[in-house]
Design a protein around this ligand. Structure first.
Ligand code: GLU
Length: 476
């Protein structure tokens, strides 16, 4: 038996997690950190855990949990454990808080919200930065105020007052924050529900998380968390804080200025593999590679090459990536994926093999499934070419040729209706009328397809019901 090398042992112990709060859809930023956490775990043969941080009871909803789980599934970010719900672990947090109280590392604070407001007001008036003044913090020789009657206390963490908290961030490099900057944080609310910074530590400890990837907005929470880990004697995970994603206007990507949820992109006709590829590149790189499979990402994602500066959301690039994956996608799969977009247009009577053939013809012109559905609609819904297009392409010079083609197609329609027979009918028409393809084809396209540019017209017509083609060529 061979002994595994130390690095192999360490690698197999990698455990990452994503911990969304179910107060809305899965945000693109969270999806990106989920992807990094997942890819990191998969790269090292470790485990990826999904935890639902639902302690904000007023804002958490079951609907949002469902949407988050659905988006994770859609993206294919499979977890090895979870979903684990924090609200099902209240007793554990309360027990750990008690353990800290017993060890003198946390304490009950009976200050009412009004008292805290007054405290901050006075600090502001003195020009100080607002902070909890430690009035319930036990100190050797200090006499605490008498416990007020009928007031439910919160529990605060007794943060060290001296020294610094430092860590080597996987993304940002070394970070140091002085303990003087940090208050005694509330870890349990009066109702016994933990705050984020406490629950996250107990969970990361209990779940033996080794690497935490999360958004930049949590950098300032990390010193508190590190201090709590230390107070608990728990091993520290490594932290990596990914910069925010900027919108294409250079401001923080936000709901007000466009879609920020994974669901919105699913609905807008993006493929999951395109989203993953695009999200991966927003803050991470592997040389100049822009297009890669999830397997490639997993093999490359070792925690290096994470960008320190914010990435900018680029809808045009995402569309380009999506177009690539649509082009690559299997026709039968595309046919199934386009169905909901057709149904949204009222098109319900479709056949899988017909759709697959249509997808094969149109997929290299589409950036999204919505665009694909736009193309495919011509086979099911009446088209209405603009007056301008009719005038431009269905000229008097070409009309006799169109009428003749219609007659030839009518004859075909009772026999063999396919690309080759249609191509032959078109060729005969061109010869008979001395027309060129660039005269006849746009006229037929405008009348039958509603637009002057399509893939090869014989191939397009072959996908129509002959009666539909004949009806659309009728009034020339
Ligand atoms: N619930 C937190 C969030 O959604 C998790 C942050 C973390 O990963 O620690 O931002």
């Amino acid at each position: 038996m061979t002994t595994p090398s130390p690095s192999a042992v360490a690698a197999s112990a990698v455990r990452t997690r994503i911990a969304p709060s179910p107060t809305g859809f899965l945000h693109l930023g969270t999806a990106r950190t989920a992807l990094y956490s997942w890819a990191y775990a998969r790269h090292y043969g470790g485990q990826f855990i999904l935890r639902i941080e639902d302690t904000d009871v007023a804002r958490s909803t079951a609907e949002s949990v469902d949407q988050i789980l659905a988006s994770m599934k859609w993206l294919g970010l499979d977890c090895d454990e979870g979903p684990i719900y924090q609200m099902q672990r209240l007793e554990r947090y309360q027990a750990v808080a008690q353990q800290l109280i017993d060890a003198g590392l946390a304490y009950r604070c009976y200050s009412s919200p009004e008292e805290l407001d007054a405290m901050r007001e006075a600090q502001r008036a003195r020009g100080e930065k607002t902070h909890y003044d430690g009035r319930w913090r036990p100190e050797p020789g200090k006499v605490l105020p008498p416990v007020p009657e009928g007031v439910k206390p919160v529990v605060r963490f007794r943060n060290p007052q001296d020294g610094d908290v430092s860590w080597n961030d996987l993304v940002k490099g070394p970070i140091t924050i002085s303990n003087r900057e940090i208050d005694d944080l509330i870890i349990l609310r009066t109702d016994g529900v933990p705050t984020y910074n406490f629950a996250v530590v107990v969970d990361d400890w209990d779940m033996r998380i080794t690497h935490v990837f999360r958004g930049d907005e949590h950098v300032n929470n990390t010193p508190w968390q590190i201090n709590i880990f230390r107070a608990l004697g728990a091993p520290l995970p490594q932290f990596g804080h990914c910069p925010i994603i900027l919108g294409d206007d250079g401001l923080k990507l936000s709901k007000r200025r466009g879609a920020v949820s994974v669901t919105a992109y699913e609905e807008a006709g993006y493929l999951p593999e395109a989203m993953l590829n695009y999200l991966a590149r927003l803050g991470w790189s592997h040389g100049d590679d822009e297009l890669f499979t999830r397997e490639q990402m997993v093999s490359w994602f070792d925690g290096s090459h994470l960008a320190k500066s914010p990435a900018q959301w680029d809808p045009a690039k995402l569309a380009w990536v999506n177009a690539h994956y649509i082009k690559q996608a299997d026709d039968a799969r595309l046919a199934a994926l386009v169905v909901p977009h057709l149904v949204a247009r009222g098109i319900t009577q479709t056949q899988a093999d017909h759709l697959a053939r249509a997808c094969a013809l149109f997929k290299d012109r589409c950036s999204t499934l919505v665009e694909l559905a736009d193309w495919l609609s011509m086979f099911f819904l009446a088209v209405s070419p603009s007056e301008q297009e009719l005038q431009a392409h269905v000229s008097d010079a070409v009309k006799p040729g169109v009428r003749d083609l219609r007659d030839r197609l009518a004859a075909l329609s009772v026999g063999v209706w396919d690309k080759a027979t249609i191509a032959a009918a078109i060729k005969e028409t061109l010869t008979a009328h001395g027309l060129k393809m660039p005269q006849l084809a746009p006229a037929v396209r405008v009348l039958v397809c509603g637009r002057a540019q399509t893939p090869s017209i014989d191939a397009v017509l072959a996908l129509f019901e002959p009666t539909v083609v004949l009806a659309r060529l009728q009034h020339v």
